[in-house]
Design a protein around this ligand. Structure first.
Ligand code: UD1
Length: 424
């Protein structure tokens, strides 16, 4: 199994190019099921989660040509509507095929994704929305079996009692294929949702309220959509945030390119309150560390435009270097603190009480062997290792490979001493 070996203490410098957003690309790939013609995708991140979803589409009968950051996906020949456990279990986001398969084919079976390291993660909101549109849902043998009425799904008013990115996406894709108008109240507002909406609009669907918590979708009654123009995936705000955190924890000036500054606002606000500054020009951002020590910070995770839960672990790593005590509250997932004990192995002083972490100041972090537990927890360990004195080895980095394209190559190009090694 691969591991990363990092010699901490190097100052970073230079420019890093941010790739396409994994979490935007996944629903876009699922939405290609709504078409019976080839769809071209550009600026795809070359990461394992993307390959997993493409593999799932191939298993359903789609024709996929995938090379690096581009793919041509043809769901015309799609012949199966059963998303099997062996792939869904590898990646929870596979549940995103539920809405489009049901919308286009009127019936599908999708394996239940199960829990994961960061929490229970139910799919009740996805199922309730589809039921509101007329679907009959049965759970049998670990699979969700969904059947639309004979005349197809119908529009409905769906009020989510909790904001869910995935449930909003599944509902949007099903609503695009329904008869009549669907209104989603309390919809997620993440930039990844906006990208999906814009893709559906480019396929001829009318959507009002894009970017707001109330989306009104006029479905086209079940006709396949046609996406004649390539879909270009938006820049990854979490990858960008992770490199900003790398600049902060190593007190280095670095530049990010291919970014959308507006999507980074809540992350920039927190780094600014820690004493960091930024120079922003079109599509580029230069990060400047504080002249003195980083200041402590208080963070509460929230839905967009609030502070993203996907950046909580990385900012916690940065907070270990601050002059005072920081408080970090996780509001979205009940078990998203698996990185705490590993950060403490590197010399951090973090105390957990319920869903709040108190990060106390330490003079230094020290290299150690640590274990990655989930995608973003892994990047927090990489960040801490960049700042630690001595050598760290980070194991189970298959988590990192799910969502970061060439993390070690990009960090090495910025001047970090980082190598991927194989354990004997
Ligand atoms: C997406 C992101 C993930 C991010 C998360 C929150 C993708 C592929 N993944 O995950 O990186 O951390 O948004 O920003 O885009 N919930 C329910 N019932 C449901 C659905 C969700 O109770 O049916 C709960 C979840 O357990 C969680 C909260 O709602 O507590 C938010 O989850 P959700 O927004 O659905 O996350 P994902 O779409 O799975």
């Amino acid at each position: 199994m691969d591991y990363l070996e990092i010699e901490g203490g190097a100052e970073l410098s230079g420019t890093v190019r941010i790739g396409g957003a994994k979490n935007a690309a996944l629903p876009v790939i699922a939405a290609t099921i709504l078409s019976d013609r080839p769809v071209k995708l550009e600026n795809l991140p070359d990461v394992v989660d993307i390959r997993t979803l493409l593999k799932l589409l191939e298993r359903l009968g789609a024709k996929v040509e995938h090379r690096g950051n581009e793919a041509l996906i043809d769901c015309g020949p799609l012949s199966s509507t059963r998303a099997v456990y062996e792939i869904v279990a590898q990646m929870r986001a596979s549940i995103l095929v539920l809405g489009p398969l049901l919308g286009r084919f009127g019936e599908c079976e999708v394996s239940l994704p199960g829990g994961c390291a960061i929490g229970q993660r139910p799919i009740d909101l996805h199922l309730k929305a589809l039921e509101n549109m007329g679907a009959r849902i049965e759970i049998k043998g670990g699979y969700v079996h969904a059947i639309a009425p004979e005349e197809g799904l119908h529009g409905a008013t769906i009020v989510f009692d909790k904001i869910s990115v995935g449930a909003t996406e599944n509902t949007l894709m099903a609503a695009a294929m329904a008869h009549g108008t669907t209104t989603i109240v309390n919809a997620a507002r993440e930039p990844e949702i906006t990208q999906l909406c814009e893709m559906l609009v480019s396929g001829g669907i009318s959507i009002e309220g894009i970017g707001t918590g109330r989306l009104t979708v006029t479905g086209n009654g079940g006709n396949p959509l046609h996406f004649s123009k390539p879909i270009r995936i938006i820049p990854d705000r979490i990858e960008a945030g992770t490199y900003l955190a790398a600049g902060a924890i190593t007190y280095s000036r670095i530049t990010l390119e291919n970014i959308e500054v507006e999507h980074l606002q809540s992350i920039l606000d927190k780094l600014e309150s820690m004493g960091c500054t930024f120079e922003i020009s079109e599509g580029k951002l230069t990060f400047n560390p504080p002249t003195g020590r980083l200041r402590e910070v208080n963070i509460v995770t929230a839905e967009y435009p609030g502070f993203p839960t996907d950046m909580q672990a990385q900012l916690m790593a940065v907070a270990t270097m601050a002059a005072g005590e920081s408080l970090i509250e996780e509001r979205l997932f009940e078990n998203r603190f698996m990185h705490v004990s590993e950060l403490n192995r590197l010399g951090a002083d973090i105390w957990l009480k319920g869903n709040v972490a108190a990060v106390r100041p330490v003079e230094k972090l020290y290299g150690a062997d640590v274990m990655a537990t989930d995608l973003r927890a892994s990047s927090a360990l990489v960040l801490a290792a960049l700042a630690a004195e001595g050598t760290s080895r980070i194991r189970r980095i298959y988590h990192l490979d799910r969502g970061y394209e060439d993390l070690e190559g990009k960090l090495a190009a910025l001047g970090a001493t980082i190598r991927r090694r194989k354990s004997k």
